[in-house]
Design a protein around this ligand. Sequence first.
Ligand SMILES: Cc1cc2nc3c(=O)[nH]c(=O)nc-3n(C[C@H](O)[C@H](O)[C@H](O)COP(=O)(O)OP(=O)(O)OC[C@H]3O[C@@H](n4cnc5c(N)ncnc54)[C@H](O)[C@@H]3O)c2cc1C
Length: 435
Amino acid sequence: MLRDDHKAATLKLLYVCLMGAGLVITVQPQPAPPSIYSLGQAAGTLALTAIAVQLVLASRWRILERGVGLDRIMRWHSANAKFIALFVLLHPLLLFLRQLLKGDIMAPYTMYGTDILGGVIGAVIIGIIWISVLKRKQLGLLYERWRLVHLLTYLLVAIGLSHSLLLGSDIKSGRPLYTWWLLLAAVSVAAVVYRYVVRRITFAGSEYEVVANKLETHDVHTITLRPTDGTVLGHESGQFAFLTFTSEDLPVEEHPFTIASAPGGDTISFSIKESGDFTALLGKVERRDMAHVEGPYGVFSNRSMPGPFVLIAGGIGITPLMSMLRAMHKEGDTQPQTLLLYANRTQGDIAFLGELAAIERGSDWLRVVHVLSKETVEGMRHGFVDGLVLSDEIEELTAPTYFICGPPPMMDALRTTLAELGVPDDQVVTERFAL
Ligand SMILES: Cc1cc2nc3c(=O)[nH]c(=O)nc-3n(C[C@H](O)[C@H](O)[C@H](O)COP(=O)(O)OP(=O)(O)OC[C@H]3O[C@@H](n4cnc5c(N)ncnc54)[C@H](O)[C@@H]3O)c2cc1C
């Protein structure tokens, strides 16, 4: 089992301790209750602390990710961003509350002159990043451009650190706070160095050559890769990797895709649906094109779990489940009872139809049920994977572990339905194709 919920809980506790330490170091225990002004200073320290944590969360640090999952880390990243915005807002509000309440909105400038500019620029950058996060779809911002806007965070760190050092009299004078400031600066630099230098050196050997590009359905390509040095990355079924093609016809962009093949082969394969500007170009990938593979990441795996399993896939969400089924098939006949509920719009959208039928025919542990929403086909169910389908197809609903991967609305609805059917939450494992 790849998931480590204790580690996730420990990391959350560590976060609370870090923020608590930032607060205590700034306000420092004193007999009198802390003043509003010192709480404003603390908000500044907490903003900087959360920004340093943000860089660590974005660094794809393996020790951090292992057992927790990059998707969960990225969810924390989003939650932490809200704290950053809150503390950045509270910082000037609390520092100048008394003057602001008197209507003196120029107080920060009167007190600090143009030195306050760094703080203003930092706040504007946070505003820009927030608008790009909240309004990406409405602004029609391509993911890659959005990523570029996001990189402004690095500038924010530099501005935040110099702003606090220049203006924070408490930082310059107070030893513990100055040490804290140095620590944050060191953590931020280490996170950036890890993300852009160490990670690249560590994965320098992960170059692969395209050996096949097969059309699986009308819009799903299976691309098979062989490592140039003969060593395939060691992955578990269900994990994913970041793939970058260095083909003349494709932009050099890194995208996350699940390794759909079973572990242990001398090649790896990815099955990718045309769903946007980059994936629409995958038909142009040719044999002997090169690709860089970074991974594996993720904890969506049934490895070493006892079963029985119910695997529920929506469309291209089949890839991690396909990897699990291929691995189980490869391992032999004595596998836990497994039901695959596979939802698609039409029969023509079903990837791996023949291969799934062959695994099912050749084993006594797998049963496959296809569910089509836009077509009626004999031998397949019509509609959606809902409470009725689950109750019909699963004898003892609370016995299996459920692995679900598909469009977010489908996964949310299924989580609710399974809870209503009495399935404990820890028996439901989901994977979102979004970081
Ligand atoms: C863990 C994981 C596993 C995945 N496995 C598969 C798979 O096996 N098969 C498959 O077809 N798809 C998979 N995806 C989805 C795949 O990454 C996106 O469909 C693809 O990146 C879309 O790129 P695009 O430019 O064509 O589409 P766009 O329309 O530009 O993007 C669609 C969405 O994909 C995400 N995305 C786009 N570019 C990137 C990027 N460079 N890095 C991270 N996210 C990005 C964003 O959320 C974006 O909103 C997976 C995603 C994740 C997170």
